[in-house]
Every structure is written in C-alpha cells, then in structure tokens.
Design a protein around this ligand. Structure first.
Ligand code: HEC
Ligand code: HEC
Length: 376
C-alpha cells in the first residue's frame, strides 16, 4: 500500500513538473505577447506589427503546408549564437516569438534544405518568377532540387491574359496558367516578411567575419600612423598583435569578444586590459596566461572578477611564441597603455620553464602570484 502511494505521488510529481515547465512556463514567457504598436511610433495611425495575413495568403499557407514545403524550408531567422542567418541575407534581424502571434499555424519548418523563407516577400522576386519557380524550380534556378508543382498549372499553347511565359526542359516556350491554388501560394510567399523592428529586437548590424578583419585592419593603419615615431619592427609587432586580438582561427585569439575592441572588458564578467595592472606588469604572468588561460578570483585595478578564460587560440592553447609575443605587445601598447614589448624568445623561455604543466590546466591569479614571488 505504502508503495502504491509512493508510486502515485511520483507520477503526480512528474506530471506536475511537466505541466509547470511546458504550460505555465510557456504561458509566462509568451502568453501576453501581442502585436506591437507602441515602440514604433507615438502615432495612433501607425500599423501594427506583425500584420495579419490577407485572406488569400492565409489560404496559401494551408496549401504550403499541404504540399510539404515545410519539410525543406524554415521560416525562422536564427540568432547569432546559432549560425548567423542575417549574414546569409535571410533577414535583417533574428526572428522572435512575437513575429508569429497572429498565425494560426506557425510554419517554422523541419529542415533547412532550401533557403529560409521568413523574408521571401522582401526578396524582390516578381510574381511571374515565383510562378515559374513553383511550376518548375529547375527552369528558374539551374540544378535546383526544390520540389516542382506542375499540377498547379494549366499549360496552354497560346498566350492568354493570365498566362505566364516560360520554357520547358527542352527549351520550348510554354504558357502556364496558374490555378487558384498556385495564386494562393504565391500570394502567401509574397506576404512573408519580418521587415520591421519590435520592442525586443532591432535590426542587426550585419558584421561578417571578413568585415571584422577589415575593421581591425583599418584600425591597425590608425595605430601605425599615429605612432610613426615607433621603430618599424615594433609597429609591425603591434599591428600583427592587433590582428590576432581581433581575428578568429587560424592563428587568432578572438580576445576582443570578451575584452572588447576598446580593451575595457565587460563589467562583472571580463576584466579590462586597458590600464590593467596585470597587462602593464609582469611579462612572465602574461605569457603564462596566454599559454594556459586563467580562472578563479582575480582582482584587476581594485575590482574583483571570478570567471574563466580558456587557453586562447583555436584549438585552445595553440598560439605560437610569435603570436603570443605580438598580441601581448599589442595589448601593452594600445588604449593608452604603454609598456615594453614582448619577444618570441621571452615566450619560448617561459614556455620551457612550465613545459611539464598539464595541457588546459588554467592558472589561478593566486597561483601566478605565489610562483612569481619565488622566481622573480
Ligand atoms: C526537397 C526540398 C524542398 C521542398 C520540398 C521544397 N523546396 Fe523550395 N527550395 C529548395 C531548395 C534546395 C531551394 C534553393 C534552390 C532554388 O532556389 O530553387 C529552394 C528554393 C525555393 C524558393 C526560392 C527561395 C529564394 O530565396 O531564392 C522558393 C520561393 C521555394 N523554394 C518555394 C517552395 C515551395 C512553395 C515549396 C512547396 C511547394 C517548396 N519550395 C518545397 C528545396 C525544397
Ligand atoms: C572567452 C573570453 C575571453 C577571451 C577570448 C580572452 N579572455 Fe582574457 N580573460 C577572460 C576572463 C574571464 C579573465 C579573468 C579570468 C579570471 O576570472 O580568473 C581574463 C583575464 C585576462 C588577463 C588578466 C586580467 C586583466 O584584465 O588584465 C589578461 C592579460 C587577458 N585576459 C588577456 C587576453 C588575451 C591577450 C586574449 C586573446 C589572446 C584573451 N585574454 C582572450 C576572458 C577572455
């Protein structure tokens, strides 16, 4: 009896947790989302966003679903963390739940075989092109594997008012007459757009990696020009170091993602490098941090941080002596910092001293201070 009671209460707890998570949780997150007029303008005449689909487009969404377009096409522009779709030109910003509040059936899609269609309506395809593509994608786009739907069209030998001129696979001219279903689908596709900003999200600045490198290089030119008195080897080390600071693989440290392009770090998370007593202090500690990373409590300029910096580089800990020397020389000489340069030989000699340390074994600030007070 006792066991049955326990058994029943476990079942109850399991169901209750699921209900809390999936029903109450979801309601809390999304339950009171509405279309948004407020932030767009004070003007009461301004449109609500997102907007409801027109009648024909709504019918089109049903056709779209029934033809299985959702198996290959998504309608969700993913955010930066999930492979930035904005950079692929699929939208001006990531999609958010509010984009879908007015849709009866949300057609997020299953797979991404074809391009995301959340913003297909903004892509300036004519309705004739969309019809030709729907009739036979292979005619509109060479080698396309998109699903053809010729059964949505009547084929006529002659041009008529509603016909659209196209060709078949043998390049003979055809006139296709869209059925009602075809017109619904095209109206639906043309209505799809997330081309507006919402209170919770604005358009992303589309910064691709190549642009980041360009920005970095433009700034490097700046470093070189206002430090024209520097000896050329030092200027070269600083500019290569700045590139490593900004760059991803190969040979980059991506330091800027945490310590920021201006070296200020982020309050409470990533300590600053600008004006940091660590950066301007012992080179040996800096080299050790650059090889093995750092974790645990650290005080930088009187402020405490407690976080993790994995060994920099991709893969972790892969920066060479020269790269470490350059990036450290750079951080010691930008944002108002001014300290002696670091040479590859200095990095090599510190590396030799700690060569028995296990890979990935991050330092703690306390450990660095204890060791260096003995050896320095
Ligand atoms: C087998 C997977 C698959 C299915 C099913 C599919 N598509 Fe596609 N679709 C693709 C691929 C791949 C492309 C990219 C090549 C191209 O443009 O034809 C594409 C491209 C498109 C484009 C052009 C997008 C752009 O931005 O250039 C449209 C519009 C489109 N599909 C609509 C549809 C519709 C409507 C359906 C349902 C009738 C559908 N697709 C079903 C794979 C598919
Ligand atoms: C993933 C984020 C991240 C990246 C990338 C990163 N750091 Fe750090 N860094 C941190 C964190 C977090 C700390 C503080 C660790 C702690 O709490 O012990 C830190 C501490 C430091 C410190 C000592 C404290 C200070 O502010 O002066 C230096 C120097 C430093 N990092 C340099 C670099 C350099 C150079 C690179 C690139 C080669 C780099 N970091 C890349 C997160 C990062």
């Amino acid at each position: 009896m006792n066991n049955i009671f326990k058994f029943a209460s476990y079942i109850f707890i399991t169901l209750a947790v699921a209900w809390l998570a999936f029903v109450v949780g979801a309601r809390n997150q999304f339950g009171d989302l509405t279309p948004s007029p407020e932030m767009l303008s004070e003007d009461p005449d301004v449109d609500l966003f997102p907007q409801p689909l027109s009648g024909i487009a709504q019918l089109g969404s049903k056709e779209y679903l029934s033809l299985g377009c959702v198996t290959c096409h998504t309608q969700q522009v993913r955010s930066e963390n999930a492979g930035f779709d904005v950079a692929r030109g699929w939208g001006k910003r990531p999609s958010v739940p509010r984009d879908y509040v007015l849709q009866e059936e949300v057609l997020l899609g299953h797979n991404r075989v074809g391009p995301d269609l959340a913003n297909i309506g903004t892509r300036e395809y004519s309705s004739d092109w969309l019809h030709r593509h729907l009739f036979s994608p292979q005619i509109a786009v060479e080698g396309s594997i998109c699903q053809p739907s010729p059964f949505l069209y009547n084929i006529s030998e002659f041009e008529t008012d509603s016909s659209i001129k196209t060709v078949d696979d043998k390049n003979t001219t055809l006139h296709i007459i869209p059925s009602l279903r075809a017109n619904r689908i095209v109206a639906y596709l043309q209505s799809l757009n997330q081309n507006y900003e919402l209170p919770e999200i604005s358009f992303s600045d589309d910064i691709s990696e190549s642009e980041l490198v360009e920005i970095a290089q433009a700034d490097v030119v700046g470093v070189e020009s206002n430090s024209s008195e520097l000896p050329s080897w030092l200027a070269a080390q600083i500019s290569s170091g700045k590139e490593i600071y900004m760059k991803a693989a190969p040979g980059g440290g991506l330091c800027f993602t945490c310590h920021q392009p201006n070296g200020e770090g982020l309050a409470g998370q990533f300590p600053p490098l600008a004006g940091s007593d660590w950066v301007l202090g012992s080179k040996e500690k800096l080299i050790k941090i650059s090889i093995y990373g750092l974790m645990g409590e650290i005080e930088v300029n009187g402020v405490k941080y407690n976080n993790v910096m994995a060994p920099p580089g991709i893969p972790p800990g892969s920066l060479t002596d020269q790269q470490i020397a350059d990036v450290l020389t750079y951080i010691r000489n930008d944002w108002g910092n001014s300290a002696s340069s670091v040479s590859p030989e200095e990095v090599a000699s510190v590396r030799a001293k700690i060569k028995n340390r296990a890979p990935m074994q991050m330092w703690t600030a306390a450990e660095l201070s204890a060791v260096s007070s003995i050896t320095e």
